[in-house]
Design a protein around this ligand. Sequence first.
Ligand code: GLA
Length: 378
Amino acid sequence: MGWSSWNYYGDRINEKIIIDTIDNMVSSGLRDAGYIYVNIDDGWQKYKGSRADHPLVFDEKKFPRGIKYLADYAHAKGMKLGIYSGPGNTTCAGYTGSQGNEKADAKMFASWGVDHLKYDSCCSHQQASQKVLKQVFGDMSQALQASGRPVVFHACHCGWQNIWQWGNSVGANQWRIGQDISDDFNYPGNREGYYFDVLDMIDRGVGLEQYSGKGHWNDYDMLIIGLHGHSKELVGTGASDTEYRTHFSMWSILSSPLLIGASLDNLTKEDLDTLKNKEIIALNQDALGLQAKRYVSNGDLQIFAKPLADGSWAVALLNRSGQTAHMTLNFHQDLDLPWTKVMVRDLWQHKDLGTFGDSYQAEVQSHEAKMLVIRSGW
Ligand code: GLA
């Protein structure tokens, strides 16, 4: 859990933005809610163009005191710092990559005190075979391990080449399952023929549950909550508070990394309430570390669920349609649960709803996900 600079700022980043973000995460309570990582995405590097022609150094106009200063600053506040590079000669935004310099770069990141590396091959290796990809990600993973510093390793390849099948074997701790998210809940088709909206991303993850688990996660991409169509970088027209809540609920029950993508200055009270809902976050951070499966798919009415470490189950009743719907969760038929009586709790109302026999029925608004925890009533 944390924050990443890309979804709002793109490469228009600097030291002040990172320091203000760290301070804001502390004062807003986001750090204490679990958002620990502050990840600098593409655009911290000084040079654009090929690594063969330029060194990889920070841009001292944007980051006058360098990256180590920021890592120290984050650590002093009980947080962690992330950085970005890629296996190509250039990164996606055209800055110098790490190609041929993996060991030296990993050492440099470690010497700065960096805790997370997003290593992005989406643009430089779009056509690459699995073999080549395994090689380049494996090289950086080993280089990080040789650096002696524990660094979370994000192998970012936009969900191509079935990376979920082999990401773990090359030392990746997370990998994107899809192309970049746009600030949309449900855009018809792919915006600009490329971007995924919230529902596209949810669909993409169905069937990939087995590949996600502790230390190696399917990554549904950075959150769009709080962008409201005003990102300096991402396309998209924004979503309603209900849709942002559903997005957050689903990323949580699906055990995706939760990386806030908005400028913290622009968050509304509703955005903050969404991001800080402890009962929803608990599904994401549950000790079993499971990704919810889709148990019911009745057109636009779908039910996702997963067991939790304490023996209860988390359930999402997702209404993707344009109208309010009555949705029924059949405990035995849908989830095959052995319990004769079932206690139901609503995680947005923060309320126990009572004990039920065979099923629970709810009115679910358009684009809402009703989030429940159910447990044996005996
Ligand atoms: C790719 C990634 C994004 C972001 C940019 C940076 O598009 O998918 O998340 O890191 O590169 O250039």
